[in-house]
Write a protein that binds this ligand. Structure first.
Ligand SMILES: Nc1ncnc2c1ncn2[C@@H]1O[C@H](COP(=O)(O)OP(=O)(O)OP(=O)(O)O)[C@@H](O)[C@H]1O
Ligand SMILES: [Mg+2]
Length: 330
């Protein structure tokens, strides 16, 4: 698996998340499972691993990432792979939508036409490609597969991921999906990943405090030769943390930097909260930390150093650092 520009790292840890896939494979998903979590927490890596695992245990497994026009068709039905390849090569704009819809059609064909009995469809970053307004409809279509599957099937697994806080809300309004959160890596899992990185590298403790276990942040730090400032500056740009943004919300931002849970407890303007969600800076409304409701291990209840509150958390400590930096500089 490519980790950073010149480094390949094998998938590591996430043991509970892998066991959860085995559970889905036994029972099927009763609703489509929509996994949300901080950007870069490892959703894609996990979903790709799931695709391989499902294939190994005898599923026809279709993975699509419409945004990046990436797909894997683990099926001996050539027609399905061909149709996906064809869709991926369409002109920009069309390919994304086509791949997303084809993934659903592929499952229908595999079951009804090719009499496959165990089929999995895994859609990565589902809603960025098809648009927020169509997110709910898309999940409904996935639900149609699971709820009223073509005859003769034994087990269907449908999983989609999203890192967009707003799409999560759009989907949550309906009862069509099993919204399931996933967090950054656990301390143990992160350590395993860190150990695989070549020297020179900072102390494990420092890497953990900076990333909070977010593997993408670790990859960026690595690529920028552990220049923490450079990573922060890029985040500030990517998130458009402008002078104007800070001017509008300064006292509120200061509160949330200090303790993200304040966003839950105190009366902030709605526009402020929405902006933090839309910019993917925080995860708003975290679920109880019962492992049954999470993919892999849930985060701690509260860890102010990592920016985690009971109901609201910074996506990673570096996300919080970016905001802190603009507050100090503006
Ligand atoms: N369990 C893991 N083992 C090894 N590397 C991992 C693991 N999880 C994630 N990574 C690496 O960390 C980086 C970020 O992971 P990934 O792209 O899966 O995150 P994501 O949640 O899909 O991000 P986004 O929100 O941007 O879609 C990638 O380089 C990936 O290869
Ligand atoms: Mg991803």
């Amino acid at each position: 698996m490519p980790f950073a520009k010149d480094v390949e790292i094998e998938f590591c840890d996430r043991e509970s998340a892998i066991r959860q896939i085995e559970g889905f494979a036994e029972r099927g998903t009763r609703h489509p499972v929509v996994v949300f979590g901080p950007e870069g927490c490892g959703k894609t890596a996990w979903l790709k691993q799931a695709t391989e695992l499902l294939r190994e245990i005898g599923f026809e497994a279709i993975y699509v990432d419409p945004m990046r026009k990436d797909f894997t068709a683990h099926t001996d039905v050539k027609e399905v792979a061909e149709r996906l390849a064809e869709a991926a090569s369409e002109v920009v704009g069309m390919a994304q939508l086509k791949l997303a819809t084809l993934a659903i059609d592929a499952v229908k064909w595999l079951v009804s036409k090719w009499k496959k009995r165990r089929v999995a469809v895994l859609v990565d970053d589902a809603f960025q490609a098809i648009g927020l307004d169509k997110a709910a409809m898309y999940v409904k279509a996935l639900l149609g597969l699971v709820e009223y599957p073509p005859e003769g099937y034994e087990c269907i697994v449908a999983i989609a991921t999203t890192s967009e806080g707003l799409s999560r809300r759009e989907i949550g309004r309906h009862r069509w999906a099993e919204l399931t959160p996933m967090w950054n890596m656990s301390r143990r899992g992160f350590e395993e990943l860190y150990e695989k990185l070549p020297e020179p590298k900072p102390r494990l403790e420092d890497a953990w405090r900076l990333t909070g276990g977010n593997p993408e942040m670790l990859a960026r730090l690595y690529e920028l030769k552990w220049d923490v400032d450079a990573v922060i500056v890029r985040l500030i740009r990517a998130k458009e943390l402008t002078r104007d943004f800070v001017k509008r919300w300064r006292p509120h931002l200061e509160r949330v930097v200090e303790d993200p849970q304040s966003l839950w407890e105190e009366d902030f303007p709605e526009g402020f909260r929405e902006e933090l969600i839309a910019k993917n800076l925080i995860v708003y409304n975290m679920y109880e930390r019962d492992p049954r409701f999470w993919i892999d291990e849930p985060p701690p209840e509260r860890d102010l150093e990592l920016g985690i509150g009971e109901d609201v958390a910074w996506q990673s400590p570096l996300h919080r650092e970016a905001v802190k930096r603009v507050l100090e500089r503006s």
